[in-house]
Write a new protein. Structure first.
Ligand code: NAD
Length: 255
């Protein structure tokens, strides 16, 4: 089954974790994928390269070195979608970073970095992609929010602020672009096993046990769990779904 046959998708942060899984899933489903990331190698040593996985699937893709915080860089990635694949149908705003501080302890530089990548970067990608998405008959924007974009999370001030803004910007954009039939939705993952949390999963068994106890489903999420939800939001099956923030969290926010 190829649910995204001949669609063109741009995935930011595609080299690692959730972005890697989304790009691979989209490639498997027939999409032509623009991999937009500041780096080529996955962040975790035991993670398979997205290039190898897409090659194995015989999928069509291109890599564009992209920093989502820089307008020129983002425009280059959108241009690659147009020049190499003829347009753009799906934008996945996945690139994101995380630092753990309460507001009082947050260095200004790290506040700015989180806002730059998680929020300003997403805005810049939407702005650059919208003219192409408006030309598409299957236009979809999928933003990576978080459970911390739905509720507060201890010791994560800047991250919660950035992801809360991503959730509400998703709802806002859904209103502005519904008449153009551009679906705008977000995903709110719980703990997904990626580089973003690899260190404390290894070194802090107490915190790990707390998270496990708070997650009704008896395991943590895998990047593929989020990729499968992204596939639904990228496909025609979600044409009447817009402005929603879909939790992929094993029931964490249902408590
Ligand atoms: P990750 O650290 O494994 O991968 C992030 C990717 O983004 C990396 O390849 C990195 O190089 C890239 N990136 C970082 N800054 C960039 C920039 N300026 N321009 C372009 N690319 C950049 O992270 P992940 O866990 O896969 O997270 C992906 C998204 O999902 C993020 O937005 C994150 O906040 C969100 N999320 C993750 C979790 C989780 O538990 N892992 C939970 C909720 C939300």
């Amino acid at each position: 089954m190829t649910r995204l046959q001949d669609r063109v998708a741009l995935v930011t942060g595609a080299s690692s974790g959730i972005g890697n899984a989304i790009a691979t899933t989209f490639g498997r489903e027939g999409a032509k994928v623009v991999l937009a990331d500041v780096r080529k190698e996955p962040k975790l040593e035991d993670e398979r390269s997205v290039f190898d996985k897409l090659d194995e699937l015989d999928a069509t893709y291109t890599y564009v070195e992209t920093d989502v915080t820089t307008p020129e860089s983002v425009e280059k990635a959108v241009e690659a979608a147009v020049s190499e694949f003829g347009g753009l149908d799906i934008l996945v705003n996945n690139a994101g970073i995380y630092y753990q501080y309460a507001v009082g302890e947050t260095p200004l530089e790290e506040w700015d970095q989180i806002m730059d990548v998680n929020l300003r970067g997403l805005f810049l990608c939407c702005k650059a992609a919208l003219p192409e998405l408006e030309r598409s008959e299957h236009a979809k924007i999928i933003n990576l929010s978080s459970i911390y974009g739905l509720v507060g999370g201890k010791g994560s001030g800047a991250y919660c602020a950035s992801k809360g803004a991503v959730s509400n910007l998703t709802r806002q954009m859904a209103l502005d672009y519904a008449a153009d039939e551009i679906n705008v939705n977000a995903l709110a993952p719980g703990i997904i096993k990626t580089a973003q949390n690899a260190e404390w999963r290894e070194t802090d068994p107490e915190l790990l046990a707390d998270w496990q106890a708070a997650t009704p489903w008896p395991r943590f999420g895998e990047p593929e769990d989020v990729a499968n939800a992204a596939l639904f939001l990228a496909s025609d099956e979600s044409d009447f779904v817009t402005g929603t923030v879909l939790s992929v969290d094993g029931g964490w926010t249902a408590r």
